[in-house]
Design a protein around this ligand. Sequence first.
Ligand code: HSE
Length: 296
Amino acid sequence: YWIKVFAPATIGNIGPGFDVLGMAVRGWGDTLYARATTQAGVFLSMGDNNYSLPTEPLKNTAGIAAAAVLEMLGERGGVELRLQKGIPAGSGLGSSAASACAAAFATNYLYGSKLSKDDLILAATKAEEVVSGSFFADNTSPCLLGGATLTRSCVPLDVTAIGHIDNLYVVLVKPELTVLTKDARDVLPKMIPMADFVANMANTALITVAFARNDYSLFARSLNDVVVEPVRAKLIKGFDAAKKAALEAGADGMTISGSGPAVFAITESLEKAEQIQKAIVGAFESAGVAANAIVT
Ligand code: HSE
């Protein structure tokens, strides 16, 4: 029999919580169909919308994660995967993480759900590492746990689910630009002023409380990153104008999603969310950058 798994897009980092805080978004993600096979190995096919990703199982995060789970389970059988990408690759929306998490979850489910969520996060994060060269759990954790999560440490893995905020609308906008995570990390400062460290730590802590208490008003005043956003914004043409437009349209904050180029703004009003979306897309277009948006 076939099972169908949906894995959501994720924002990792949430602003000042660099490499630490991540969150899942509603209604946008990758869909995976999977079934167990008596033949050993991982068999992968992809839908038309595959963003030119490799379908060779051991070069695709879905295939690598499935193989890792089979190995952890000590299973002799295999899995057949049909991956329907919903999240564009290289966008800062956790595309590779979603495919890996869907495959890890599905494979474990098909073989009796013996592994824990932490095991699956580990398998999916290792799969991401093979493809991206870096080991970060700030997309895989919220993808598998839901809501917002805190990664205290990657090695050894230590992740905690925090909670969610009911009345939060996230306006996600993906400008048609390419920003490689490697380049986005190369621009990071090696040293930062103590005052900036304290400001980011304070805001990160308050975002954690906001999700733990399901309190939008706390998130509304803490989505502010004074360390990473200022240097990465330079890699995203139109970012400054888009942020200004978002705040003028009523957003309570806007920053970069993951390592970019996608950005996200927050509000508690659906009506405002639509205005904010128009404002951000319009600002990117005025800067000569096409952009797609979604409110979630
Ligand atoms: N937290 C990492 C970064 C993840 O922002 O560089 C990128 O997927």
